[in-house]
Design a protein. Sequence first.
Length: 132
Amino acid sequence: PAAGTAISRNTEVNLRWSRSQMFIVVNFGGISFLAAQTPSRDLYLVVGSVGILLGAVWMFANWRAQKWVEYWNLRLAAVETAEPDPVATSVYRGPAWDIANSQFGFPHILMTLAVIFTLLWFAVGVFGFAQK
């Protein structure tokens, strides 16, 4: 059972990264689109609004993916506890696990990227709103 659980966890981690890559590409595409257009108030408002919506979806997807990864980590920790082995090393529980998961890591970097892009789109919308 541990192998299938580990595969499920790793699949979720890989999907989170793949989703984030797609969000990054779409955001940069939006920036390129905006830069190639003739500036107008309506364009900034529409693109800014779509970007904010995209950022909200990205943040929700990151949050939800992290909840799934945490679930699978708990399941793996339960398997480690249920199947004691004198020569095995605990991977998903213990002080080293706690330290590794308390630091600013990959999930935090992805969420920070989503927040930065969302703030960028918010600034685009505000700039458009300020135009006459």
